[in-house]
Design a protein around this ligand. Structure first.
Ligand code: PMP
Length: 391
Protein backbone atom coordinates (compact mmCIF):
# COMPACT_ATOMS: atom_id res chain seq x y z
CA UNK A 1 0.00 0.00 0.00
CA UNK A 2 3.03 2.36 -0.11
CA UNK A 3 1.86 3.86 -3.38
CA UNK A 4 -1.09 5.37 -1.54
CA UNK A 5 1.00 7.42 0.86
CA UNK A 6 3.12 8.71 -1.97
CA UNK A 7 0.13 9.75 -4.04
CA UNK A 8 -1.52 11.40 -1.05
CA UNK A 9 1.70 13.33 -0.48
CA UNK A 10 1.62 14.48 -4.13
CA UNK A 11 -1.94 15.70 -3.63
CA UNK A 12 -0.84 17.56 -0.51
CA UNK A 13 2.02 19.27 -2.33
CA UNK A 14 -0.36 20.38 -5.09
CA UNK A 15 -2.85 21.79 -2.53
CA UNK A 16 -5.27 19.20 -3.92
CA UNK A 17 -5.63 16.92 -0.90
CA UNK A 18 -9.13 16.76 0.51
CA UNK A 19 -10.04 16.46 4.15
CA UNK A 20 -13.18 15.86 6.12
CA UNK A 21 -14.07 18.72 8.48
CA UNK A 22 -16.56 18.16 11.23
CA UNK A 23 -19.52 20.45 10.66
CA UNK A 24 -22.61 20.79 12.82
CA UNK A 25 -25.82 22.49 11.77
CA UNK A 26 -27.81 24.53 14.19
CA UNK A 27 -31.54 23.91 14.48
CA UNK A 28 -31.96 27.31 16.16
CA UNK A 29 -29.96 29.19 13.56
CA UNK A 30 -30.63 28.05 9.98
CA UNK A 31 -27.97 29.38 7.62
CA UNK A 32 -25.19 28.89 10.19
CA UNK A 33 -22.87 25.98 10.94
CA UNK A 34 -20.36 25.12 13.64
CA UNK A 35 -16.80 24.29 12.62
CA UNK A 36 -14.41 23.54 15.45
CA UNK A 37 -15.25 25.99 18.19
CA UNK A 38 -16.75 28.61 15.91
CA UNK A 39 -20.18 29.45 14.56
CA UNK A 40 -19.94 30.46 10.92
CA UNK A 41 -22.35 31.87 8.39
CA UNK A 42 -22.74 28.95 6.00
CA UNK A 43 -22.32 30.17 2.42
CA UNK A 44 -21.54 26.67 1.12
CA UNK A 45 -24.60 24.52 1.77
CA UNK A 46 -27.22 23.30 -0.68
CA UNK A 47 -30.03 24.07 1.76
CA UNK A 48 -31.38 26.53 -0.80
CA UNK A 49 -34.81 27.06 0.73
CA UNK A 50 -33.66 26.90 4.34
CA UNK A 51 -35.74 23.78 5.04
CA UNK A 52 -33.11 21.43 6.49
CA UNK A 53 -33.99 22.44 10.07
CA UNK A 54 -37.69 23.07 9.51
CA UNK A 55 -39.65 21.96 12.60
CA UNK A 56 -42.55 20.57 10.55
CA UNK A 57 -40.22 18.26 8.62
CA UNK A 58 -38.20 17.26 11.66
CA UNK A 59 -41.36 16.49 13.64
CA UNK A 60 -42.85 14.40 10.80
CA UNK A 61 -39.61 12.43 10.66
CA UNK A 62 -39.50 11.96 14.42
CA UNK A 63 -43.03 10.56 14.47
CA UNK A 64 -42.31 8.21 11.56
CA UNK A 65 -39.12 7.05 13.25
CA UNK A 66 -41.09 6.13 16.35
CA UNK A 67 -43.81 4.33 14.41
CA UNK A 68 -41.81 2.70 11.59
CA UNK A 69 -38.38 2.19 13.15
CA UNK A 70 -34.91 3.03 11.98
CA UNK A 71 -34.45 1.16 8.71
CA UNK A 72 -36.45 -0.25 5.80
CA UNK A 73 -34.69 -3.63 6.24
CA UNK A 74 -34.79 -4.61 2.55
CA UNK A 75 -34.79 -3.23 -0.98
CA UNK A 76 -38.08 -1.93 -2.35
CA UNK A 77 -38.64 -5.00 -4.51
CA UNK A 78 -38.27 -7.32 -1.53
CA UNK A 79 -40.04 -5.96 1.59
CA UNK A 80 -38.76 -2.37 1.84
CA UNK A 81 -41.53 -0.65 -0.12
CA UNK A 82 -43.24 0.87 2.90
CA UNK A 83 -46.51 2.75 2.66
CA UNK A 84 -45.09 6.31 2.63
CA UNK A 85 -43.37 5.55 -0.69
CA UNK A 86 -46.67 5.22 -2.59
CA UNK A 87 -48.00 8.47 -1.12
CA UNK A 88 -44.82 10.34 -1.88
CA UNK A 89 -44.58 9.08 -5.45
CA UNK A 90 -48.18 10.04 -6.17
CA UNK A 91 -47.52 13.51 -4.74
CA UNK A 92 -44.31 13.91 -6.76
CA UNK A 93 -46.02 12.89 -10.02
CA UNK A 94 -48.84 15.34 -9.29
CA UNK A 95 -46.38 18.15 -8.48
CA UNK A 96 -44.35 17.47 -11.62
CA UNK A 97 -47.45 17.00 -13.78
CA UNK A 98 -45.97 13.68 -14.90
CA UNK A 99 -47.64 10.31 -15.37
CA UNK A 100 -45.49 8.66 -12.72
CA UNK A 101 -42.57 9.10 -10.35
CA UNK A 102 -40.00 6.87 -8.70
CA UNK A 103 -37.99 7.63 -5.58
CA UNK A 104 -34.31 6.66 -5.44
CA UNK A 105 -31.89 6.44 -2.52
CA UNK A 106 -29.95 9.54 -3.60
CA UNK A 107 -29.31 11.77 -6.60
CA UNK A 108 -26.09 9.89 -7.25
CA UNK A 109 -27.93 6.58 -7.29
CA UNK A 110 -30.71 7.94 -9.48
CA UNK A 111 -28.31 9.12 -12.19
CA UNK A 112 -26.22 5.98 -12.14
CA UNK A 113 -29.28 3.71 -12.13
CA UNK A 114 -31.32 5.57 -14.73
CA UNK A 115 -28.58 6.08 -17.32
CA UNK A 116 -27.35 2.51 -17.09
CA UNK A 117 -30.98 1.32 -17.48
CA UNK A 118 -31.68 3.46 -20.54
CA UNK A 119 -28.62 2.71 -22.65
CA UNK A 120 -26.08 -0.05 -23.10
CA UNK A 121 -23.46 -1.38 -25.52
CA UNK A 122 -24.02 -0.05 -29.04
CA UNK A 123 -25.79 3.10 -27.74
CA UNK A 124 -24.45 6.59 -27.17
CA UNK A 125 -24.85 9.23 -24.47
CA UNK A 126 -24.34 12.89 -25.35
CA UNK A 127 -23.33 14.56 -22.12
CA UNK A 128 -22.38 18.16 -21.34
CA UNK A 129 -18.70 18.43 -20.36
CA UNK A 130 -19.67 19.98 -17.00
CA UNK A 131 -22.33 17.44 -16.04
CA UNK A 132 -22.21 16.07 -12.53
CA UNK A 133 -19.89 13.14 -11.71
CA UNK A 134 -22.89 10.85 -11.07
CA UNK A 135 -23.93 11.28 -14.71
CA UNK A 136 -20.42 10.45 -15.88
CA UNK A 137 -20.39 7.37 -13.65
CA UNK A 138 -23.81 6.29 -14.97
CA UNK A 139 -22.50 6.44 -18.52
CA UNK A 140 -19.42 4.42 -17.59
CA UNK A 141 -21.56 1.76 -15.91
CA UNK A 142 -23.90 1.62 -18.92
CA UNK A 143 -21.04 0.74 -21.31
CA UNK A 144 -22.59 3.01 -23.93
CA UNK A 145 -20.28 5.29 -25.89
CA UNK A 146 -19.64 8.57 -24.08
CA UNK A 147 -19.88 11.55 -26.43
CA UNK A 148 -19.08 14.59 -24.27
CA UNK A 149 -19.82 17.95 -25.80
CA UNK A 150 -18.12 21.15 -24.70
CA UNK A 151 -20.09 22.95 -22.03
CA UNK A 152 -23.31 24.36 -23.53
CA UNK A 153 -21.72 24.20 -27.01
CA UNK A 154 -24.63 23.05 -29.14
CA UNK A 155 -22.69 23.19 -32.39
CA UNK A 156 -20.38 20.61 -30.88
CA UNK A 157 -23.38 18.55 -29.76
CA UNK A 158 -24.88 18.72 -33.24
CA UNK A 159 -21.62 17.51 -34.78
CA UNK A 160 -21.56 14.56 -32.37
CA UNK A 161 -25.23 13.75 -33.04
CA UNK A 162 -24.45 13.77 -36.74
CA UNK A 163 -21.45 11.50 -36.24
CA UNK A 164 -23.50 8.99 -34.24
CA UNK A 165 -26.66 9.28 -36.34
CA UNK A 166 -26.90 5.53 -36.86
CA UNK A 167 -26.46 4.39 -33.27
CA UNK A 168 -29.25 2.25 -31.79
CA UNK A 169 -30.36 4.46 -28.86
CA UNK A 170 -29.29 8.03 -28.22
CA UNK A 171 -29.57 9.84 -24.91
CA UNK A 172 -28.83 13.53 -24.37
CA UNK A 173 -28.27 14.30 -20.71
CA UNK A 174 -27.67 17.60 -18.98
CA UNK A 175 -27.74 19.30 -15.60
CA UNK A 176 -30.47 21.97 -15.63
CA UNK A 177 -28.28 24.22 -13.46
CA UNK A 178 -24.62 23.26 -13.46
CA UNK A 179 -23.47 22.41 -9.97
CA UNK A 180 -20.06 24.07 -9.98
CA UNK A 181 -20.66 26.95 -12.43
CA UNK A 182 -24.23 27.82 -11.46
CA UNK A 183 -25.21 28.62 -15.05
CA UNK A 184 -28.14 27.03 -16.90
CA UNK A 185 -28.41 24.52 -19.73
CA UNK A 186 -29.71 25.77 -23.09
CA UNK A 187 -32.83 23.67 -22.80
CA UNK A 188 -34.92 24.91 -25.70
CA UNK A 189 -32.08 24.22 -28.13
CA UNK A 190 -31.52 20.79 -26.56
CA UNK A 191 -35.20 20.01 -27.10
CA UNK A 192 -34.90 21.04 -30.75
CA UNK A 193 -31.85 18.81 -31.26
CA UNK A 194 -33.35 15.82 -29.50
CA UNK A 195 -36.37 16.01 -31.81
CA UNK A 196 -34.27 16.46 -34.92
CA UNK A 197 -32.07 13.45 -34.15
CA UNK A 198 -34.63 11.20 -32.44
CA UNK A 199 -32.78 11.14 -29.11
CA UNK A 200 -34.10 10.83 -25.55
CA UNK A 201 -33.57 13.87 -23.29
CA UNK A 202 -32.81 13.56 -19.58
CA UNK A 203 -32.48 16.60 -17.31
CA UNK A 204 -30.92 16.59 -13.83
CA UNK A 205 -32.75 19.21 -11.75
CA UNK A 206 -30.61 18.74 -8.63
CA UNK A 207 -30.05 22.51 -8.47
CA UNK A 208 -33.29 23.50 -10.21
CA UNK A 209 -36.09 21.77 -8.36
CA UNK A 210 -37.49 23.69 -5.43
CA UNK A 211 -35.95 26.86 -6.83
CA UNK A 212 -37.54 27.46 -10.24
CA UNK A 213 -41.14 27.16 -11.37
CA UNK A 214 -44.35 28.38 -9.72
CA UNK A 215 -44.35 25.51 -7.22
CA UNK A 216 -40.65 24.81 -7.43
CA UNK A 217 -41.04 22.07 -10.07
CA UNK A 218 -37.72 23.01 -11.63
CA UNK A 219 -36.06 24.81 -14.48
CA UNK A 220 -37.79 22.80 -17.25
CA UNK A 221 -41.17 23.84 -15.86
CA UNK A 222 -40.10 27.46 -15.50
CA UNK A 223 -39.29 27.49 -19.22
CA UNK A 224 -42.53 25.67 -20.13
CA UNK A 225 -40.51 22.76 -21.53
CA UNK A 226 -41.56 20.09 -19.09
CA UNK A 227 -43.47 17.98 -21.64
CA UNK A 228 -40.51 17.93 -24.00
CA UNK A 229 -38.21 16.25 -21.51
CA UNK A 230 -38.36 12.44 -21.39
CA UNK A 231 -36.65 11.88 -18.06
CA UNK A 232 -36.80 14.36 -15.18
CA UNK A 233 -34.50 13.73 -12.28
CA UNK A 234 -34.12 15.80 -9.11
CA UNK A 235 -32.81 15.44 -5.57
CA UNK A 236 -34.37 15.86 -2.15
CA UNK A 237 -30.95 16.54 -0.66
CA UNK A 238 -30.69 20.20 -1.63
CA UNK A 239 -33.72 22.54 -1.78
CA UNK A 240 -35.85 19.96 0.06
CA UNK A 241 -33.35 19.84 2.90
CA UNK A 242 -33.73 16.06 3.36
CA UNK A 243 -32.20 13.20 1.34
CA UNK A 244 -33.07 10.99 -1.63
CA UNK A 245 -34.09 11.67 -5.23
CA UNK A 246 -36.90 11.33 -7.76
CA UNK A 247 -37.28 10.43 -11.39
CA UNK A 248 -40.44 11.41 -13.31
CA UNK A 249 -41.79 10.47 -16.70
CA UNK A 250 -44.28 8.09 -18.32
CA UNK A 251 -45.71 4.99 -16.63
CA UNK A 252 -43.66 2.94 -19.07
CA UNK A 253 -40.42 4.68 -18.09
CA UNK A 254 -41.06 4.09 -14.40
CA UNK A 255 -41.99 0.45 -14.97
CA UNK A 256 -38.79 0.03 -16.98
CA UNK A 257 -36.70 1.54 -14.19
CA UNK A 258 -38.31 -0.69 -11.55
CA UNK A 259 -37.17 -3.62 -13.68
CA UNK A 260 -33.78 -2.38 -14.82
CA UNK A 261 -32.30 0.31 -12.55
CA UNK A 262 -29.67 -1.54 -10.57
CA UNK A 263 -29.30 1.14 -7.90
CA UNK A 264 -33.00 0.73 -7.12
CA UNK A 265 -33.11 -3.05 -7.34
CA UNK A 266 -29.94 -3.91 -5.44
CA UNK A 267 -29.94 -1.36 -2.64
CA UNK A 268 -31.93 -1.05 0.57
CA UNK A 269 -34.93 1.28 0.48
CA UNK A 270 -34.71 4.65 2.23
CA UNK A 271 -36.00 4.50 5.81
CA UNK A 272 -39.71 5.38 6.07
CA UNK A 273 -38.82 8.37 8.25
CA UNK A 274 -36.80 9.88 5.39
CA UNK A 275 -39.65 9.28 2.93
CA UNK A 276 -42.10 10.96 5.31
CA UNK A 277 -39.69 13.87 5.77
CA UNK A 278 -39.54 14.35 1.99
CA UNK A 279 -43.36 14.38 1.76
CA UNK A 280 -43.50 17.03 4.43
CA UNK A 281 -40.80 19.07 2.66
CA UNK A 282 -42.70 18.78 -0.63
CA UNK A 283 -45.72 20.52 0.90
CA UNK A 284 -43.53 23.41 1.99
CA UNK A 285 -41.68 23.55 -1.33
CA UNK A 286 -44.97 23.79 -3.23
CA UNK A 287 -46.66 26.28 -0.94
CA UNK A 288 -43.99 28.66 0.27
CA UNK A 289 -43.15 30.54 -2.86
CA UNK A 290 -41.67 33.37 -0.81
CA UNK A 291 -38.62 31.21 -0.14
CA UNK A 292 -37.82 31.06 -3.88
CA UNK A 293 -38.46 34.78 -4.31
CA UNK A 294 -36.24 35.63 -1.40
CA UNK A 295 -33.47 33.28 -2.57
CA UNK A 296 -33.42 34.42 -6.19
CA UNK A 297 -33.56 38.12 -5.28
CA UNK A 298 -30.63 37.71 -2.88
CA UNK A 299 -28.69 35.59 -5.35
CA UNK A 300 -29.02 38.22 -8.02
CA UNK A 301 -27.81 41.07 -5.84
CA UNK A 302 -25.02 38.99 -4.24
CA UNK A 303 -23.72 37.98 -7.67
CA UNK A 304 -23.81 41.49 -9.10
CA UNK A 305 -22.17 42.99 -6.00
CA UNK A 306 -19.24 40.56 -6.34
CA UNK A 307 -18.98 41.27 -10.06
CA UNK A 308 -19.12 45.04 -9.49
CA UNK A 309 -16.35 44.69 -6.91
CA UNK A 310 -14.20 43.18 -9.67
CA UNK A 311 -14.29 39.45 -8.87
CA UNK A 312 -14.27 36.92 -11.69
CA UNK A 313 -17.82 35.63 -11.20
CA UNK A 314 -19.36 33.10 -13.58
CA UNK A 315 -22.57 34.63 -15.02
CA UNK A 316 -25.93 33.05 -14.18
CA UNK A 317 -28.99 33.72 -12.07
CA UNK A 318 -28.94 30.73 -9.71
CA UNK A 319 -28.03 30.67 -6.00
CA UNK A 320 -24.68 29.10 -6.95
CA UNK A 321 -22.23 31.98 -7.24
CA UNK A 322 -18.71 30.80 -8.13
CA UNK A 323 -15.77 33.19 -7.81
CA UNK A 324 -12.87 31.93 -9.89
CA UNK A 325 -9.56 32.27 -8.11
CA UNK A 326 -7.29 30.19 -10.36
CA UNK A 327 -4.74 28.14 -8.46
CA UNK A 328 -5.52 25.67 -5.70
CA UNK A 329 -3.39 27.29 -3.05
CA UNK A 330 -4.95 30.74 -3.39
CA UNK A 331 -8.43 29.21 -3.33
CA UNK A 332 -7.61 27.36 -0.10
CA UNK A 333 -6.04 30.44 1.49
CA UNK A 334 -9.02 32.57 0.54
CA UNK A 335 -11.38 30.01 2.05
CA UNK A 336 -9.33 29.88 5.28
CA UNK A 337 -9.24 33.66 5.51
CA UNK A 338 -13.03 33.79 5.11
CA UNK A 339 -13.42 31.18 7.81
CA UNK A 340 -11.29 33.28 10.16
CA UNK A 341 -13.77 36.10 9.62
CA UNK A 342 -16.83 33.95 10.34
CA UNK A 343 -17.78 32.83 6.82
CA UNK A 344 -17.91 29.20 5.71
CA UNK A 345 -17.18 29.18 1.96
CA UNK A 346 -15.50 26.10 0.58
CA UNK A 347 -12.73 26.08 -2.03
CA UNK A 348 -13.56 23.82 -4.97
CA UNK A 349 -10.53 22.44 -6.76
CA UNK A 350 -9.72 20.08 -9.63
CA UNK A 351 -10.69 17.37 -10.44
CA UNK A 352 -14.16 18.62 -9.40
CA UNK A 353 -13.57 21.63 -11.68
CA UNK A 354 -11.17 22.03 -14.65
CA UNK A 355 -7.48 22.66 -13.85
CA UNK A 356 -6.64 26.32 -13.26
CA UNK A 357 -10.23 27.22 -12.29
CA UNK A 358 -10.13 26.59 -8.55
CA UNK A 359 -12.85 28.69 -7.00
CA UNK A 360 -14.86 29.69 -4.01
CA UNK A 361 -18.34 28.38 -4.67
CA UNK A 362 -20.78 30.50 -2.72
CA UNK A 363 -24.24 28.99 -2.49
CA UNK A 364 -27.02 30.97 -0.91
CA UNK A 365 -30.06 30.00 1.11
CA UNK A 366 -33.45 31.53 1.79
CA UNK A 367 -32.37 31.29 5.43
CA UNK A 368 -29.90 34.14 4.90
CA UNK A 369 -30.93 37.71 5.59
CA UNK A 370 -30.02 40.75 3.57
CA UNK A 371 -27.95 42.07 6.49
CA UNK A 372 -25.92 38.85 6.68
CA UNK A 373 -25.18 38.95 2.98
CA UNK A 374 -24.25 42.65 3.00
CA UNK A 375 -21.90 42.03 5.91
CA UNK A 376 -20.38 39.05 4.08
CA UNK A 377 -19.86 41.02 0.88
CA UNK A 378 -17.84 43.61 2.79
CA UNK A 379 -15.59 40.89 4.24
CA UNK A 380 -15.20 39.02 0.94
CA UNK A 381 -14.20 42.20 -0.88
CA UNK A 382 -11.71 43.29 1.79
CA UNK A 383 -10.05 39.85 1.91
CA UNK A 384 -10.10 39.54 -1.88
CA UNK A 385 -8.18 42.80 -2.12
CA UNK A 386 -5.71 41.85 0.62
CA UNK A 387 -5.00 38.51 -1.00
CA UNK A 388 -4.60 39.85 -4.52
CA UNK A 389 -7.65 37.96 -5.83
CA UNK A 390 -9.10 41.35 -6.72
CA UNK A 391 -7.10 43.70 -8.86
N1 PMP B 1 -26.64 15.78 -9.71
C1 PMP B 1 -26.12 16.98 -9.46
C2 PMP B 1 -26.12 18.00 -10.56
C3 PMP B 1 -25.58 17.28 -8.20
O1 PMP B 1 -25.03 18.47 -7.95
C4 PMP B 1 -25.61 16.28 -7.20
C5 PMP B 1 -25.09 16.55 -5.78
N2 PMP B 1 -23.89 17.17 -5.68
C6 PMP B 1 -26.14 15.04 -7.51
C7 PMP B 1 -26.67 14.82 -8.77
C8 PMP B 1 -26.15 13.93 -6.50
O2 PMP B 1 -27.21 14.13 -5.61
P1 PMP B 1 -27.16 13.52 -4.13
O3 PMP B 1 -26.30 14.43 -3.33
O4 PMP B 1 -28.60 13.54 -3.71
O5 PMP B 1 -26.60 12.15 -4.24
Amino acid sequence: MDWMEKELQDLHVGSAKRQLHRTTSLAQQPGYAIRGARTLLNLSSNDYLGLAQHPKIVEAMREALLSDGAGASASRLVTGNHQPYGELEAAIANWQNSEAALVFGSGYMANVGVISALVGRGDVVFSDGLNHASIVDGVILSRAEHARYRHNDLNHLRALLEKHRDKRRKLIVTDAIFSMDGDAARLSELVRLKREYGAMLMVDEAHGSGIYGRQGQGYCHALGLHDEVDVHMGTFSKAFGVYGAYVCGTHTLIEWLVNKARTLIYSTALPAAVVVGISSALELVRAEHWRRDHLLTHSKSFRSALRDAGFNVIPGDSPIVPVIVGDNETALQFSHALENEGILATAIRPPTVPAGTARIRFSLSAAHTEEQLTMSLGIIERLGRQMGVLA
